[in-house]
Design a protein around this ligand. Structure first.
Ligand code: SF4
Ligand code: SF4
Length: 100
C-alpha cells in the first residue's frame, strides 16, 4: 500500500504544475517513446505525495526525451516536459544526493 509522504511533496520544486490536467490521455497517445502512464498518472502520484509510486517510475522519468510532443498538444497547457525535468531534479537530490 502506498503512503503519502508530505516531505516529498514539500521537496518538489514550486514550479511543478500539473493541476490543470484533465486526464484526457493526449500526452500518452502522442509520446514517441510510448512512455506508458506518463505524464497523467505519474503527475497524480506526485500531487498526492505518493513517493514510492513516483520512485518506481524513476527509470521511465529519466527515459523521457523532453521532446515536448505531449506538451505542445496538451489542451490544458500543462508544462509537462518542465514538470518531468523538475521531477528528475527532485529524484537526483533525494535519492542520488546530487547537489543543486
Ligand atoms: S494532455 Fe495534458 S490534460 Fe491531457 S492527460 Fe496529458 S497532461 Fe493531462
Ligand atoms: S516530452 Fe517525454 S513524455 Fe512528453 S512526448 Fe516527449 S518523450 Fe513523451
Amino acid at each position: 500500500m502506498s503512503t503519502v509522504n508530505l516531505e516529498f511533496l514539500e521537496s518538489m520544486d514550486e514550479g511543478f504544475n500539473a493541476s490543470p490536467c484533465m486526464n484526457c490521455g493526449t500526452c500518452t497517445a502522442l509520446c514517441p517513446v510510448e512512455i506508458g502512464p506518463l505524464p497523467r498518472e505519474l503527475f497524480r502520484h506526485v500531487m498526492l505525495g505518493l513517493e514510492d509510486k513516483v520512485m518506481d517510475q524513476a527509470d521511465t522519468i529519466f527515459s523521457c526525451l523532453l521532446c515536448k510532443m505531449c506538451e505542445v498538444n496538451c489542451p490544458a497547457e500543462v508544462p509537462i516536459a518542465e514538470n518531468l525535468r523538475l521531477l528528475r531534479k527532485t529524484i537526483n537530490l533525494r535519492v542520488y544526493k546530487l547537489g543543486r
